[in-house]
Write a protein that binds this ligand. Structure first.
Ligand SMILES: Cc1cc2nc3c(=O)[nH]c(=O)nc-3n(C[C@H](O)[C@H](O)[C@H](O)COP(=O)(O)O)c2cc1C
Length: 190
């Protein structure tokens, strides 16, 4: 997870909170991927709906669902985790919440433990997914992630033109760079 000088790139895994075919947030994630700066690779996880709902009864070596095992491995191998998500009824969509649950276990050593984590996204309302993003940050914190405290970026006036607006994507890309530059305190001290 560390970004040592000899590492060729910072690998960011995106957890996508919408699986709608024409999702605005999917388009944001794809733009972040296609316009990622040198030294940053972006992998988008679109398969969160394939995860069964979390229950401890299937969270063991013999019953662990393949989708959960694969997600844990992908996140464990990432340098950074970025949730790109809309808001549903004042909180994060269930697929994202469920993914964080899977990534929070085994307790104390889940794939999110110590992982730099941030949230961005967009909705068509004037709040831009504020509560969703707050809740995702809180949930990831409880799961042991190192949530990037000063990275709060949402956009609230979605329409087709917004994707042609370089200002908007400069802001989202700036957030990605901030995330890529982020170093855990222990790493800075080392
Ligand atoms: C069930 C449901 C609940 C929603 N609740 C909210 C909400 O609380 N706040 C908000 O800003 N938008 C809300 N929306 C609107 C979504 O933000 C909007 O549909 C958005 O385009 C979804 O993101 P996507 O385009 O990436 O799929 C809701 C939409 C649905 C379908």
């Amino acid at each position: 997870m560390t970004n040592h000088p000899e590492s060729p790139s910072t690998h960011v895994v995106v957890l996508l909170g919408s699986f709608r075919a024409d999702s605005y947030n999917r388009r944001i994630a794809e733009r972040l991927q296609s316009e990622a700066p040198a030294g940053v690779t972006v992998e988008i996880v679109t398969g969160l709906p394939d995860l069964p709902f979390y229950t401890e009864e299937i969270d063991n070596d013999s019953d662990l669902p393949a989708a959960a095992r694969a997600l844990r491995l992908r996140v464990a191998a990432a340098d950074r985790v970025l949730a790109v998500t809309p808001e549903y009824n004042g909180t994060m969509p269930a697929v994202l919440n469920n993914a964080i649950d899977w990534l929070s276990r085994p307790y104390g050593v889940g794939a999110l433990k110590g992982k730099p984590f941030a949230v961005v996204g967009a909705t068509p309302t004037r709040f831009g997914g504020k509560w969703s993003h707050e809740d995702a940050r809180r949930s990831a914190t409880v799961a042991g992630a190192e949530v990037v405290p000063d990275l709060v970026l949402s956009h609230s006036t979605l329409d087709a033109d917004v994707f042609e607006d370089p200002e908007v994507f400069a802001q989202f890309l700036g957030a990605l760079v901030t995330l890529a530059d982020h170093r855990p305190a222990a790493e800075v001290a080392a």
